[in-house]
Design a binder for this molecule. Structure first.
Ligand code: FAD
Length: 567
């Protein structure tokens, strides 16, 4: 266990040219990245508008044609000659920060780019059928005006259905509904042999259904998913509660904001519909809870309405922080604005990218161009800056049992001293089979706050920023800190989001994640030799063609030891 009481001694570090390059990167962002991002958004908006005008029948017809093309392409692959299969998506387009270096090696591309339409909004069964490249911004634009929403809407506009399912996705309602993939009713998957199958919780492909989340597209290509819809109201009534105290006090206040002391976790009267916590320093935080409210309620005399989505508005994390000065307050935010409250400032990363982006003059004059697209930021950073970020900037999500939040805050302070920290609760459901991530064994008997017999309450502790030692000009070893974080997670039955940079070796990767069902499905659905393994895909560093070949033969050999699991 790490000693979290003794402060680390850090030596001073001289600034080098890379520090300056990063400090003045905003020049490139303003002149190149922001205009391109805006043009791209306008183009995408036009595409979505065009797609929404088509009939469901037309969209389905196009979908069938694209599915056929993917199946044909997969069947045309010669495993002896061609490389492992990858999507043709350029590495820089994805939001995730992990190196997508495997795409630099020889690979067999399959183009999933046309899969970007919402195929059906079925209000009767409360399911939205979406193609994988549908973004969160696109779906909320379609559903919110109808007082409908996905049960879990990840906050950033550009996150995609396919990425949130095959990777992970979370938001302030995950303490009720679980992670994004938990809200999926069925998956439509094209397997390695080009077959299209539909996997549900209880059909013949049940194993595949439970193996898809966190598999990073290494079991097959997702071409559509049915996702649970919920009924919503026009506004979110948000309560901002300031908390001052030790990190343990802040952690406890966060847990108290959504966990009733009497254990009545399924009682909607006692549990808010939305929860998030922001820890601003080692002694200050603001806990937020939200409840849907009708337009009529929001517009009642005396209520404060905050149209947070306007381009000139104070960035959300700074707005929430004002509770520390003015005390607890309540306001009503239009629901769509609330869902995407962190988009314009990319949580608080916007402050690093454009240090003056939060100033009133910038917000009023240029706020409408924000945010720069993460994909274009990545495309324009070059190798040196990318490595700099890996070592001197943290983007990590720690998914930990909720009762460990106070410990995690202390650990994070010791190793990273990075603020703000994002806290977002989520359930981890017990599944009938062993999934890649799951609750702690025996959690049901411990009866800890927030847990129910069918799910353990977890929390995403989001660390996204530059650590304070770097701001103070001290030495900071990001790789060593990342390794300590990963060890802490393994020791505490916790998980690292795979979109982040990882230093795990293969053995430790599979100590953190459960391989049993995943490996069984890799064998059963003939993914080995077609899709690279999830560890290999998440692994940091360049991959040469030779390495890809070795990996291919290694995974083929390993297939012998990947024994099917007995359920
Ligand atoms: C700056 C930043 C902010 C973030 N904010 C949030 C947030 O607010 N909420 C949240 O929940 N998460 C957030 N994340 C994490 C995010 O959830 C992950 O990156 C996630 O995987 C989605 O990213 P993406 O849509 O770009 O998917 P991608 O990175 O493109 O995809 C993720 C994985 O899924 C695979 N995949 C994608 N589509 C398919 C398909 N059709 N078939 C098979 N495999 C597929 C890809 O190959 C890849 O391995 C954030 C990450 C960053 C870096």
């Amino acid at each position: 266990m790490a000693d979290t009481n003794t402060p680390l001694l850090r030596r001073k570090k001289k600034k080098d040219w890379m520090d300056w390059a990063v400090q003045f990167r905003w020049i490139l962002v303003i002149t190149v990245v922001l205009p391109i991002s805006l043009a791209f958004d306008i183009w995408a908006e036009f595409g979505n508008w065009w797609s929404a005008r088509k009939s469901e029948k037309q969209r389905q017809k196009e979908h069938d044609k694209h599915v056929e093309e993917v199946a044909k392409r997969l069947k045309s692959r010669d495993p002896a000659k061609d490389g492992l299969v990858c999507t043709a998506r350029k590495p820089w387009i994805a939001v995730g920060m992990r190196n997508v270096d495997y795409k630099r090696a020889r690979h067999f591309e399959v183009d999933l780019a046309p899969f970007r339409q919402v195929l059906e909004i079925d209000e009767e069964n409360m399911v939205a059928r979406c193609e994988p490249l549908v973004t969160m911004g696109q779906i909320t634009r379609m559903t919110v005006p109808r007082n409908l929403a996905l049960a879990v809407v990840a906050e950033l506009d550009d996150l995609t259905v396919g990425g949130l399912i095959n990777g992970y996705g979370i938001e302030g309602s995950s303490h009720i509904y679980g992670l994004f993939a938990d809200t999926v009713v069925w998956y439509e998957i094209i397997l390695a042999d080009g077959r299209l199958v539909k996997a549900t919780r209880d059909n013949e492909y049940q194993d595949l259904f439970y193996a898809i989340p966190w598999s990073q597209g290494t079991l097959g290509f997702l071409v559509a998913a049915g996702i649970k819809l919920i009924r919503i109201k026009e506004y979110m009534r948000v309560t901002y509660t300031p908390v001052v105290g030790t990190l343990r006090d802040l952690g406890q206040a966060y847990l108290d904001s959504f966990i009733p002391r009497d254990g009545d976790q399924d009682n909607p009267e006692k549990v808010p519909e939305f929860v998030e916590g922001m820890v601003y320093s080692d002694d200050q935080g603001v806990m937020m809870t939200g409840r849907y409210a009708s337009k009529k309620e929001a517009k009642q005399k005396g209520n404060v309405i905050n149209n947070q989505g306007y381009w000139f508005k104070k960035w959300f994390y700074q707005h929430a922080q004002t509770a520390l000065k003015k005390g607890e307050f309540v306001e009503y935010i239009p629901t769509r604005d609330y869902y995407h409250r962190h988009t314009r400032c990319l949580y608080w990363e916007g402050k690093l990218i454009l240090p003056f982006g939060d100033q009133a003059w910038f917000r009023y004059l240029f706020g409408w161009m924000m945010p720069p697209k993460v994909s274009f930021l990545k495309a324009t950073q070059g190798e040196a800056i990318r490595n700099y970020y890996h070592e001197r900037h943290i983007i990590q999500d720690m998914l930990i049992p909720a009762y460990k939040v106070p410990d995690a805050l202390e650990f994070s302070h010791q190793e990273f001293e990075l603020y703000p920290i994002w806290l977002c609760p989520h359930r981890l459901f017990k599944a009938p089979v062993k999934t890649m991530i799951g609750p702690e064994p025996g959690f049901e008997y411990a009866e800890r706050p927030g847990d129910t017999p069918y799910a353990q309450m977890f929390t995403d502790v989001g660390l996204y920023y530059t650590p304070n030692p770097i701001f103070r000009g001290e030495e900071f070893d990001g790789i060593a800190a990342c390794k300590k974080l990963e060890q802490w997670l393994i020791d505490n039955n916790s998980f690292q989001a795979q979109y982040a940079v990882s230093e795990l070796n293969e053995q430790d990767f599979w100590r953190m994640f459960d391989a049993s069902l995943y490996n069984k499905c890799r064998v059963k659905y003939k993914a080995i030799g077609t899709f690279m393994s999830v560890y290999y895909k998440s692994k940091k560093g360049k991959k040469t063609e030779k390495e890809v070949r070795e990996e291919e033969s290694k995974t083929l050999e390993d297939a012998d030891v990947e024994k099917p699991m007995t359920d």
